[in-house]
Design a protein around this ligand. Structure first.
Ligand code: 13P
Length: 255
């Protein structure tokens, strides 16, 4: 059975190691005695805390990186490779997040290189795509999403596709109180699927999990995950609250 995914992107939080230890204590308390039949929970902390998370060996929690560099090794001061993340024991890496596109000027060409290095290292990739409000209002959502999907996946063969999940994260919902309607999410999902169908066979396309991200809260999760074919969520702010984060995972697991 293919599992649903609930991913916590902690972004650049928390500020101290001590706070992260407390975070892990709470996460352990919330997940330790629960069973998740259909759902995989992944926490992506700042990379400096990744080993702490892995060393806890939390029963229901997998670990991921928020970013990687695409080269395997070498003189790239300040960077971390996908191979390093994999060898530390993590399973996932996020790529193409709108904050990286915005603040670090990451374009599809770079996202494509990163995605390839993630897959080559044996990690699972979570590729983020999404349109800005300006693009939506200008009627360009479909064009933008299609381009992001196609350019990011260029040159990636069908054999690797099952290790990719695509998170639809409309930029205007990330970090805000805005939320697309269920119909808008469904529409975006169909655009992504159509772009994938133009690149791969139907059978291959079906292997890619499709997630939603942007202002996900436990009381809103039914709205963003109503489509039974939705494969999970990518959570920002609420993943900093283990109680709320695990509540989201439980709702999805039982849906
Ligand atoms: P928020 O859930 O805080 O809106 O952030 C979403 C996000 O960027 C997850 O990657």
């Amino acid at each position: 059975m293919r599992k649903k995914l609930v991913i916590g992107n902690l972004k650049m939080n928390p500020v101290t190691s001590a706070e992260f230890e407390r975070y892990l204590d709470l996460l352990e308390k919330e997940t330790g005695n629960k069973k998740f039949e259909k759902t995989e929970i992944v926490v992506c902390p700042p990379v400096v805390y990744l080993q702490k998370l892995l060393d806890r060996e939390l029963k229901n929690i997998k670990a991921g990186a928020q970013n990687v560099y695409w080269e395997y090794q070498g003189a790239y001061t300040g960077e971390i490779s996908a191979g390093m993340v994999k060898s530390a024991g993590a399973n996932y890496a996020i790529v193409g997040h709108s904050e990286r596109r915005k603040y670090f000027d990451e374009k599809e060409e770079i996202i494509n290189l990163k995605l390839k290095s993630i897959l080559k290292s044996g990690l699972n990739a979570i590729l983020c795509v999404g349109e800005s409000m300006e693009e939506r209002k200008g009627g360009r959502t479909a064009t933008v999403l299609k381009k992001q999907v196609k350019d990011s996946l260029a040159g990636i063969g069908a054999g690797k596709v099952e290790y990719i999940s695509i998170a639809y994260e409309p930029i205007w919902a990330v970090g805000t109180d805005e939320l697309p309607t269920s119909d808008e999410i469904l529409e975006a999902k169909l655009i992504v699927k159509k772009a994938l169908a133009e690149m791969y066979s139907m059978k291959t396309m079906e292997k890619i999990r499709l997630l939603y991200g942007g202002n996900v809260k436990s009381y809103l999760v039914n709205q963003v995950c109503t489509d039974p074919a939705m494969d999970g969520v990518l959570v920002g702010r609420e993943s900093l609250e283990p109680y709320e984060f695990v509540k989201i995972a439980k709702i999805i697991d039982e849906s």
